[in-house]
Design a protein around this ligand. Structure first.
Ligand SMILES: Nc1nc2c(ncn2[C@@H]2O[C@H](COP(=O)(O)OP(=O)(O)OP(=O)(O)O)[C@@H](O)[C@H]2O)c(=O)[nH]1
Ligand SMILES: [Mg+2]
Length: 127
């Protein structure tokens, strides 16, 4: 735990933003308090992806989105990483969160986090 925390802290210094992949059905189950603490300390913006929205209750998902989107430095979206059209929206959301890095000389650096089985690999490999 201590070394994982240290690693995350080091990586966080080198990235412009965090992508936190959560299960839309139980987003708080995947929210990591250590990551939140590090993120706030480093003042890195966070895109929360409520993934597997296709399996979640739409009204509950809307409530979670409102809850997260009220928080400073956070943008939350609900999507399904299995739908290429949904994943295609992610880059522009990232650019919105870190507009100062939005050019060829300073490409956006991001760290993707999330508990097991939330869909991180599906997101990364989507095309
Ligand atoms: N219904 C649905 N299933 C999804 C979605 N995204 C991912 N899955 C499924 O969820 C399972 C886990 O997805 P992964 O991408 O392997 O999750 P991961 O976060 O990389 O998991 P670990 O590498 O074990 O931490 C797979 O069976 C995916 O097909 C989605 O948006 N909707
Ligand atoms: Mg994976």
């Amino acid at each position: 735990m201590v070394s994982a925390r240290k690693k995350a802290a080091e990586t966080m210094e080198r990235v412009d933003m965090i992508i936190e992949v959560l299960d839309a059905r139980v987003p708080e189950a995947g929210s990591n308090p250590v990551i939140k603490e590090l993120r706030l300390h480093r003042q890195r913006p966070c895109l929360k992806i409520l993934n597997k929205a296709d399996l979640a209750d739409p009204a509950a998902t809307t409530a979670w989105l409102n809850f997260y989107n009220e928080q400073k430095g956070i943008k939350a979206v609900a999507l399904s990483c299995k739908k290429p059209g949904d994943v295609a929206k992610v880059p522009s959301l990232c650019e919105m969160l870190a507009p100062h890095r939005d050019n060829r000389l300073k490409p956006l650096r991001m760290m993707i986090m999330g508990i097991p089985n939330v869909g991180k690999s599906t997101l990364i490999n989507a095309r």
